[in-house]
Structures are given as structure tokens and as C-alpha cells.
Design a protein around this ligand. Structure first.
Ligand SMILES: [Zn+2]
Length: 112
């Protein structure tokens, strides 16, 4: 599963940060996950819970902020909520550009 690899990478970064700052316990990881990032928040949470339970940081939380898709018209520069295959709602222009919603960012790590 794709999400398992993503979560494994995120946990690796978090544990390195803990070590660098001499912190002992992971409290929470905050992620921003775009609607079109290809990762599913429920699957990320499920993978995280399963994987963190195997570590000494059992009980740590994964907080996910979902970023909605935004489209930008190539012709009239209008910005709007994006769905694949749509046309620009103001001028009917084809193939608007996806300008937000493909990202997946590690927003912050909380530890003590
Ligand atoms: Zn337009």
C-alpha cells in the first residue's frame, strides 16, 4: 500500500527530529494532504496507527488537514474549486490548471 510507504517516510523524519532535539516522546505529527495528492487521509491514519503502535511512541497522533483542489483558468485567470475534467465556470475555458491540492506537506512535529 502506497500510504504505508508515505507514513514510513514521515515517521522516519519525525524520529530523526526527535533525536536531533533530544526529545523522547512523539506527541503528534501534522500533515497537509491535498485532495489530488494521491494519498487518502483515512488510509494514512490507518497506516500511522498500525505503525506507531509498534514503536515506543504508541499513542502519538496523526493530524491531517485536507487541502481542497483549486483550479486556475488559462484564459481568464479565474480561480475556482477544481474537479477533474471540468471547464472554467466563468468563461468555459478547457483544461484549467490545478494550482492547489496536489501537495502533501509535513506541517509540524510535536514532541516532548
Ligand atoms: Zn476562464
Amino acid at each position: 500500500m502506497h500510504e504505508t510507504a508515505l507514513v514510513s517516510g514521515i515517521m522516519k523524519i519525525a524520529f530523526e527530529q526527535l533525536e536531533n532535539h533530544r526529545l523522547n516522546r512523539l506527541v503528534a505529527i501534522k500533515l497537509k494532504v491535498g485532495e489530488f495528492s494521491g494519498a487518502f487521509p483515512d488510509a494514512l491514519r490507518f497506516a500511522f496507527e498500525a505503525m506507531v503502535a509498534e514503536t515506543e511512541h504508541s499513542g502519538a497522533r496523526l493530524e491531517i488537514e485536507e487541502i481542497p483542489g483549486r483550479g486556475l483558468c488559462r484564459f481568464c485567470q479565474a480561480e475556482f474549486s477544481y474537479t477533474p475534467g471540468m471547464e472554467c465556470p466563468s468563461c468555459g475555458g478547457l483544461a484549467p490548471k490545478l494550482v492547489q491540492g496536489e501537495e502533501m506537506l509535513l506541517e509540524s512535529i510535536e514532541a516532548e
